[in-house]
Design a protein around this ligand. Structure first.
Ligand SMILES: Nc1ncnc2c1ncn2[C@@H]1O[C@H](COP(=O)(O)OP(=O)(O)OP(=O)(O)O)[C@@H](O)[C@H]1O
Length: 252
């Protein structure tokens, strides 16, 4: 069995402040976190707790005010804009809430687009494996508008997997889906970890979605306040209720 000790991504003393002076918002207030390779992590927390900010910093879509993000052995702080673009293209896969597929391209063209843009050759065997595993074989000629939301998100998962990235980030990947399609998409991300050895980190509000992860990291007010291994929907929901209970007395 492969060792799960390698770290795919690391946040070190990460601080992100939006704005200045009186109106400054401390979106991340000193986050330290490690995401092990070959593991599936869900980031949860109340609205405004900094989940998206953390994910965007980890994925090189945003830069922190201070602290560092290290992907594998690469410190993102050291990279130029051009190197950052390359890193995102070559080493990171994304699955967004709004699918973000190109409407004029077929499912297959969408899936291979990042690899095509990178000027790399599509690994047909790997592509067949992914497409078959995701049940998209008979949908490859369809445009996104001809697919259901769940099918579109499966195409987005295939696109994220096609380039065999070091890490896949999902920002509310089930946020626009009904519970059945959510289950399908989460099963796919789970399989990406179990069968393909992928590393997956998602942000989610949904305890059922989080229950597919190996680990849940809880954020509140820009800090990591708790984490849970082998979560169930019930245990995650319980933990979230505790946060709400703590938050209520301080709310004005
Ligand atoms: N571009 C921005 N400019 C100013 N403040 C911002 C900006 N982006 C986020 N914030 C603030 O930073 C804090 C954290 O936001 P973030 O979107 O990371 O939270 P979140 O946990 O993902 O929230 P949600 O669950 O509602 O998506 C919030 O107070 C938010 O208002």
């Amino acid at each position: 069995m492969p060792a799960h000790t390698a770290t795919a991504a690391r946040a070190i003393d990460l601080i992100k402040i939006y704005g200045t002076g009186e109106t400054a918002v401390h979106a991340l207030d000193g986050v330290n976190a490690e995401f092990a390779a070959g593991e599936f992590t869900a980031i949860m927390g109340p609205s405004g707790s900094g989940k998206s900010t953390l994910m965007h910093c980890l994925a090189g879509l945003d830069t922190a005010t201070s602290g560092a993000v290290v992907l594998g052995d690469t410190d993102l702080t050291d990279l130029s804009d051009k190197q950052m673009t390359q890193l995102r293209r070559d080493r990171i896969g994304f699955v967004f809430q709004a699918f973000n597929l190109v409407p004029t391209l077929t499912a297959l063209e969408n899936i291979t687009l990042p690899v095509d843009i990178a000027g790399r050759k599509v690994d047909r065997e790997w592509l067949d494996t992914v497409v078959t595993r995701l049940g998209l074989g008979d949908r490859l000629d369809h445009r996104p508008g001809e697919l259901s939301g769940g099918q579109q998100q499966r195409v987005a998962c295939a696109r994220a997997l096609a380039g065999r990235p070091d890490i896949i980030f999902g920002d509310e990947p089930t946020g626009n889906l009904d519970s059945r399609s959510s289950g399908e998409v989460m099963s796919i991300l789970r399989a990406a970890v179990d069968e393909f050895g992928q590393t997956v980190v998602i942000v989610t509000h949904d305890p059922r979605a989080a229950s597919y992860a190996d680990r849940v990291v809880f954020l509140a007010d820009g800090r990591i306040v708790d984490e849970m291994r082998d979560p169930t929907a019930e245990s995650v929901l319980d933990r979230m209720k505790q946060f709400d209970a703590v938050a209520v007395p301080t709310a004005k």
